[in-house]
Ligand binder design. Structure first.
Ligand code: COA
Ligand code: MG
Length: 303
């Protein structure tokens, strides 16, 4: 595989809604929402004394869940080494979510150990593993953790940034525009891409602030994220929009692909389009944009 090629296969991960597994109303509501993934949370949104109850609710929810659509169903477990780790892993084995999201990953070994556990349990084709990047140690070990995604059988295919924990541990301020976090976020993105992983921006806590959310979605998209983790249904539309394909973007992509397809440009690696240089790599990027647009349209038709 080309080390710098992205996303295998292409998946839409614009909007990933976290749903506390202990909240029956939220669980019920989640089935009908227009997000690309649902992350059923057993970790920080569930009190320690309610964990067992939340696992039971989640098992019941999965047994009745419609898995026919393209949406991914993910379970965020508690620390595998902690008091709920074993029970959460057993639940994940029984539910077979598309992915298990590991909290507070700080080393590649933590990912590989869980991948081995699932393999030893006899599951070869799932679940995938996603890693929350939300500790200072993870930021120091980013490349090594991402590289686990290249290890045969590691199952890792996505990073999800967790800024609430990262701010708590580091003391970095929560300021609109995230001035002191952007350099770190870019490192997470670069590490993910170097190993072919998807990478998802952190939650925006103030779910009543639509303008703030839209601005942060736009910022995340410009930085290169694939989508945003969300905490409330009211946030889904903004993430789908910001991480979707706009009309102008699709038109531009079509023009680039058409320019390379034109007979007069046959065999050329670089062409001129409206006074701009366009290289073959831009045509590949444009094809990716169009493939994403197709996926989004398919999803719209189905819902
Ligand atoms: N997933 C699914 N449904 C949700 C939801 C979520 N994350 N958050 C809210 N809803 C539902 C509510 O149950 C309610 O449904 P109803 O119309 O059937 O009553 C509706 O959306 C409106 O909710 P609202 O009253 O505006 O919010 P709330 O006060 O019930 O909940 C939070 C606010 C923040 C407590 C809640 O959104 C939440 O728990 N979010 C996720 C937190 C989380 O997962 N944290 C860990 C990751 S950071
Ligand atoms: Mg966290």
């Amino acid at each position: 595989m080309n080390r710098t090629s992205r996303h295998h296969p292409l998946r839409l991960r614009r909007s990933l809604l976290s749903v506390p597994a202990g909240n029956a109303r939220a669980l019920a509501k989640s089935a009908g929402l227009d997000c690309d993934a649902v992350i059923f949370d057993l970790e920080d949104s569930v009190l320690p004394e309610r964990k067992a109850e939340a696992r039971e609710a989640l098992a019941a929810h999965f047994s009745a869940l419609d898995r026919s659509g393209a949406r991914e169903h993910v379970i965020r477990i508690n620390a595998p080494s902690g008091p709920d780790g074993a029970a959460d892993l057993d639940l994940a084995l029984a539910c077979r979510p598309d992915a298990v999201l590991l909290p507070k990953v700080s080393t590649p070994q933590e990912v590989l150990a869980i991948a081995d556990w699932f393999s030893e349990a006899g599951t070869d084709d799932g679940p995938r593993l996603w890693a929350m990047i939300e500790t200072a140690a993870a930021l120091l070990n980013l490349a090594a953790i991402a590289e686990a995604g290249r290890t045969r059988g590691s199952r890792l295919d996505c990073f999800v940034v967790g800024l609430n924990d990262l701010r708590k541990e580091t003391g970095i301020a929560d300021i609109p525009g995230r001035p002191f976090l952007v350099p770190l976020l870019l490192q997470v993105i670069v590490a993910a891409r170097a190993s072919g992983l998807d990478v998802i921006d952190s939650v925006f806590n103030d779910f009543s602030d639509t303008d703030g959310l839209e601005a942060e979605c736009r910022q995340g998209r410009l930085m290169g994220f694939d989508g945003k983790m969300l905490i409330h249904p009211a946030q889904i539309a903004a993430a789908n929009d910001a991480y979707g394909v706009g009309e102008a973007e699709a038109a531009e992509a079509l023009a680039i692909v058409a320019a390379f397809g034109a007979p007069e440009n046959a065999g050329k690696g670089v062409v001129s389009l409206r006074g701009r240089m366009v290289e073959k790599l831009h045509a590949e990027q444009a094809e990716r944009v169009l493939a994403r647009a197709d996926l989004i349209n398919e999803r719209k038709k189905k819902s």
